[in-house]
Design a protein around this ligand. Structure first.
Ligand SMILES: NC(=O)c1ccc[n+]([C@@H]2O[C@H](COP(=O)([O-])OP(=O)(O)OC[C@H]3O[C@@H](n4cnc5c(N)ncnc54)[C@H](OP(=O)(O)O)[C@@H]3O)[C@@H](O)[C@H]2O)c1
Length: 330
């Protein structure tokens, strides 16, 4: 696929996150929203008008067949990520797929296999990884600034106001706190400590839909540990994460999954680094997609296929611990 001066984006699923993503896409000079697709023509047309998309389709398949679309952003519920990513790549499109990459490791493996076979770029939209603060924190930690990381504390919780018919609570759509928001604390522990040696986890489930509405996780490593939590029933007031090293601490400031800044505490001194994201924060993953596409890469070095596979495998292990299965897995 020859890329033009502008990279042509297609968006499927005109919901909440697609709207936010599209507003950031408009900030990128060499990005152009060329098509959007929804299950409903009304929604597609409204979204297209709002975000200046040339085309609006009432079928995802039509968007996959649009020759002007270079890369598809998949913003549908988790249960459809694998099927739609694979379909898009089979149609020759590059893909940025929202987190979680898939419902489980097996689905993720099939997606990655398709990327390799079709030679299409494929990345999970784990936007936090590309946030300027996270990039700077990773660099500092890799350079030994806070010594060896020995403890991580991170949570993501808020009081969900949606009804039980919503995507977030529908088990068949991959609903529940773990895959929706628990993925972020899990990601943080994975980024700085890798795959845990042992996981202890406990969930509380929604009485009617049976999805997890609260999950607590304790990850054990050789010389470190992480306490992680996600919930739809309580609000973590600080929305800050802590990375404790043998020589200092880093506090990732609120909201830590899309932080504007972080604080380094070392030798009794505090220093704050302000690195606000561009737009809402999706711009950084978009830029990474462009860099990879222009360099003919099929995966990012910052958030590789293996990284996504490791993350979903950890989440699979957490689900085994709490005995949580999606209907598709039964
Ligand atoms: N990176 C982030 O910060 C972030 C934040 C929120 C969500 N997400 C991820 O983005 C994905 C979408 O989340 P969202 O909050 O945008 O959800 P949402 O508001 O419910 O939108 C999802 C869209 O998917 C389409 N869809 C296709 N099949 C569907 C089905 N069976 N049920 C419901 N909708 C269906 C619908 O669009 P059409 O009817 O127009 O086709 C719907 O509007 C999730 O995987 C989530 O994890 C990421």
């Amino acid at each position: 696929m020859n890329l033009g001066k502008k990279i042509g984006w297609g968006i499927i699923g005109c919901g909440n996150i697609a709207n936010k993503f599209a507003s950031d896409l408009a900030l990128i000079d060499d990005a152009e929203l060329v098509a959007v697709a929804s299950r409903s023509m009304d929604r597609a047309s409204e979204f297209a008008q709002q975000h200046n998309s040339e085309k609006a389709y009432d079928s995802y398949d039509e968007l996959f067949s649009d020759a002007n679309v270079d890369v598809v952003y998949i913003a549908t519920p988790h249960n459809s990520h694998a099927e739609l990513s694979i379909k898009a790549m089979e149609h020759g499109k590059h893909v940025l797929c929202e987190k979680p990459l898939a419902l489980n490791k097996n689905e993720a493996l099939a997606m990655i296999e398709t990327s390799k076979r079709t030679n299409r770029f494929f990345m999970e939209g784990l936007w936090t990884r590309f946030n300027p603060s996270l990039i700077a924190i990773k660099e500092r930690i890799d350079n030994g600034e806070i010594g060896e990381v020995e403890y991580i504390h991170a949570d993501f919780s808020f009081v969900l106001t949606s009804t039980i018919n919503s995507r977030t609570l529908a088990l068949s759509l991959g609903g529940g706190a773990l895959l929706d928001i628990g993925i972020y604390p899990t990601f943080l522990a994975y980024l700085f400590l890798g795959i845990p040696k042992k996981i202890i986890a406990k969930s509380i489930f929604h009485k009617e839909t049976k999805c997890d509405i609260e999950t607590s996780m304790h990850f054990k490593y050789e010389n470190a540990k992480a306490d992680l939590y996600c919930s739809f029933t309580s609000d973590s007031s600080k929305k800050q994460a802590l990375i404790r090293g043998t020589k200092g601490d880093i506090f990732i400031n609120s909201r830590w999954h899309v932080p504007p800044s972080f604080m380094l505490v070392k030798n009794s001194k505090k220093k704050t680094f302000e690195l606000p994201p561009l737009g809402l924060g999706f711009s950084h993953e978009i830029l990474e997609c462009h860099n990879c596409l222009r360099a003919n890469k099929i995966e990012s070095e910052f958030w590789s296929h293996q990284n996504s596979l490791d993350l979903i495998s950890i989440l699979d292990t957490v689900r085994e611990q709490v005995d949580l299965k999606y209907p598709q897995e039964k």
